[in-house]
Design a protein. Structure first.
Length: 273
């Protein structure tokens, strides 16, 4: 079992950046400005946000049950956890739905996905659930430590029979992942870098990442995508974060009009500027 080396309570005193902040800025700097700089009130809540949080909570409850008892909790209890968190997260919210979806269709789909996960997953030794981290970053050119700390929470850390660590991240997707798709996503790289900085590598130099993908097709599917990250990848991440911070310092908050506008919670205000 991994002991926590930091806690989310300690983040308040840090100059920090998280995976969500990085992803938001890279998708649209103007949205980052609304959300993180001025703290604007969202115009609505995309139903996908509480849906994702409810799925993550249900899966976390599953792993906590396995860790505590050594056996899978009942599938009914995990589905109920999804419903409870969905109801809590959506209470009083002005929800926005895609196409013909609704509250009822989201609950039905969520329970189907939880059931599929329950059928397909085979837990290894559970080392940590929702593991928080805060790690330093260095200038990729000079090696000088940057002022910013990288923070986040990993869904799951497991180990195999030989004691090798594996970072697992829950994903949902409207279609199946290509085998190479995980390698290009930001969160796996961030989690691997954090584990490397904490000295918790899978091997001497590599960190193994697994994406557990719930595919939201008519008949739900489940995939597991594995890939490794190495020190060569981490310089790229540090440079990426450094460049984002430099852009933020310049107050470069331009709009990036495109696919993300449709579900943006600040769309009306952005388009009126």
């Amino acid at each position: 079992m991994l002991d926590e080396q930091t806690s989310t309570r300690s983040w308040a005193s840090m100059l920090r950046i998280s995976k969500s902040q990085m992803q938001t800025y890279l998708i649209c700097p103007r949205k980052f400005w609304f959300q993180y700089v001025v703290g604007a009130m969202p115009e609505f809540t995309p139903a996908s946000l509480p849906f994702g949080r409810a799925l993550h909570a249900a899966v976390a409850a599953f792993y906590k049950g396995v860790k505590e008892t050594g056996a899978k909790p009942s599938v009914e209890s995990i589905k109920r956890e999804f419903e409870i968190v969905w109801e809590t997260e959506t209470a009083g919210q002005r929800l926005s739905f895609k196409g013909k979806t609704s509250i009822d269709s989201h609950i039905e789909l969520g329970k189907m996905l939880v059931g599929k996960f329950y059928e397909e997953i085979h837990p290894r030794r559970i080392e940590a659930i929702e593991y928080p981290f805060a790690v330093s970053l260095s200038d990729p050119n000079t090696g000088e430590q940057l002022d910013v700390t990288l923070v986040g929470v990993m869904d799951l850390v497991e180990s195999d029979d030989e004691g090798n660590l594996i970072i697992a991240e829950l994903k949902t997707s409207s279609k199946r992942y290509a085998e190479s798709q995980g390698e290009n996503q930001l969160d796996g790289l961030i989690y691997a870098y954090a584990m490397d900085q904490l000295g918790l590598r899978t091997t001497g130099k590599e960190t193994l990442i697994r994406y557990d993908v719930l595919v939201k097709t008519k008949s739900p599917a489940f995939q597991q995508i594995y890939f490794n990250k190495t020190p060569q990848d981490y310089g790229r991440l540090a440079r990426w974060i450094q460049e984002v911070f430099q852009a933020i310092d310049r107050e470069s908050f331009f709009p990036n009009f495109g696919w993300a506008c449709h579900t943006c919670q600040f769309r009306s205000r952005c388009w009126s500027m």
